[in-house]
Ligand binder design. Structure first.
Ligand SMILES: N[C@@H](CCC(=O)N[C@@H](CS)C(=O)NCC(=O)O)C(=O)O
Length: 452
């Protein structure tokens, strides 16, 4: 019996015995000496077989361990040799080393007559890819294996640089390029990145929320026929199926001590699930990752599926439209007052307060040029708008009340607006809302934690 056949039989015998079996029993079953058995066990361990035990104690194959049959045909040997040599030369250094080690392990257990087929293979790998990338493919493989998010800086064919937060799940090995396939958080779509154009890559600890094989399946089903591996940053039309599974997610970028509170209130009123990303002032808000969401490097911002919205007033208006069932916008033909006060607060009110806080007192001519005119007029107009009416845009509470009301509430709290009876009455009605109370509690908690 050849050595390969003997090793194969030993594996099969070990598989059959689920508990520890003595060396003597194994040797008897296989018709070999104990010495040969010990040698064969070492040979199997050398190629990675996980066999526990030692002479005198007995042996057991670790549960779940499967070693493929160790007898290869000549054709299989050539296929193995060609494939592993290709990986040695055409993959990253880590995979290349692994391929040559695997080749050595296979050679170690092959009978001599087959071993020379492996060593003298006449199938050669021609010149091709010369590993030009700045980022080691091993880093990309690591992120794929761990299902970790990856932050990359990418330079496309037109030399435009961008920073992306992606969910990498596959690498395509083409003759002269390597393509990383990933889900891009910013674009909410599958994207293909040429590995040699990825300038930096950082694996995040955070894991992505879908399983790798799910993404691969979706990508295969919807995108492969249209994919473009030469374009460097190709895109494909999302399918309805993907919209349903991916585009429901809302990511809310905020800081508890910011205008993010307005959007937080809005989200709580709507009552849809969302994921909150709290960003610290300073470096975190100005990081390339976040600047890709809001180039101003300010909060709040939201990402709703493929849509990114910044500016608190715009986010309120957007969410009211995106979730009509929440009833936070008047019917489309009745939105005069609604738009008017949203824009009034985002423009003239914000500016008038900001100028006053900065100690700027525009003279009569400057007031004519400034969109906000005089601070006093802005305050008068706003007070008249909320006088004796609970809501700004008709009979019902709307996102305009959330936005304008927040300005009034804060303005009175921080002294940037006077505590006029109109403001006080209007705000009392709004701040009693459970959704606002939930947000206010969160802010208080965050402030308390900061002061510890
Ligand atoms: N116009 C923006 C203003 C956003 C804004 O100024 N946010 C402040 C917090 S309230 C911010 O993020 N500041 C950080 C910074 O500028 O670095 C809006 O209404 O959303």
């Amino acid at each position: 019996m050849s050595r390969a056949a003997r090793l194969f039989d030993l594996m099969q015998t070990l598989r059959r015995h689920r508990c520890v079996v003595s060396g003597r029993v194994l040797a008897q079953e296989l018709g070999i000496s104990l010495r040969t058995l010990y040698r064969d066990i070492e040979a199997l361990r050398a190629v990675g077989a996980e066999i526990d035990g030692e002479p005198g104690l007995g042996y057991v194959l670790k549960p779940g361990f499967m070693l493929p049959p160790l007898m290869f045909s000549e054709e299989e040997i050539e296929a193995l040799s060609l494939g592993l040599k290709w990986v040695e030369q055409r993959a990253d250094d880590g995979l290349g080393t692994a391929a040559s080690e695997a080749l050595a392990k296979v050679a170690a257990v092959l009978p001599r007559e087959l071993r020379h087929r492996l060593e003298d293979s006449t199938l050669l790998i021609g010149p091709g890819w010369d590993k030009p990338q700045q980022v080691d493919l091993a880093v990309l493989r690591q992120a794929i294996r761990g299902q970790n998010k990856l932050v990359i800086s990418y330079c496309d064919l037109k030399s435009r640089r961008s920073s992306r937060l992606i969910w990498p799940f596959a690498i395509g090995f083409f003759e002269t390029t390597r393509i990383l396939v990933a889900w891009c958080e910013l674009r909410q779509g599958f994207r293909h990145f040429r590995a040699d154009r990825i300038e930096t890559a950082r694996v995040r600890e955070e894991r992505y929320s879908r399983r790798r094989h799910e993404l691969l399946k979706m990508w295969r089903a919807t995108l492969l026929p249209q994919s473009d591996s030469s374009g460097g940053y190709a895109t494909s039309t999302p399918t309805d199926a993907r919209r349903i599974t991916m585009e429901q997610d809302i990511v809310f970028y905020t800081n508890p001590m910011s205008r993010g509170g307005i959007v937080h209130w809005m989200l709580e009123e709507i009552g849809v699930p969302y994921r909150k990303e709290v960003l610290a002032y300073g470096a975190e808000m100005k990081s390339p990752d976040y600047l890709a969401i809001n180039p101003m490097g300010k909060v709040p911002a939201i990402q709703h599926g493929s849509v990114v919205v910044t500016e608190a007033a715009a986010i309120c208006a957007y969410l009211a439209d995106a979730f009509p069932e929440a009833g936070l916008a008047p019917p489309s033909g009745e939105r005069g007052a609604y738009y008017r006060w949203l824009f009034f607060a985002a423009g003239p009110l914000e500016t008038a307060i900001a100028l006053k806080e900065c100690g700027v007192q525009p003279g009569p001519e400057q007031q004519m040029q400034l969109g906000c005119g005089a601070y006093e007029s802005v305050v008068d107009v706003l007070a008249a708008a909320v006088k004796e009416r609970p809501y700004l845009a008709g009979e019902h509470f709307s996102s305009a009340d959330i936005y304008v009301g927040s300005h009034i509430g804060w303005g009175m709290q921080f002294g940037t607006l006077p505590k006029r009876p109109e403001f006080v009455r209007y705000w009392q009605n709004l701040e009693a809302r459970p959704a606002y109370q939930r947000v206010a509690e969160g802010v208080q908690q965050a402030m308390a934690e900061q002061s510890i």
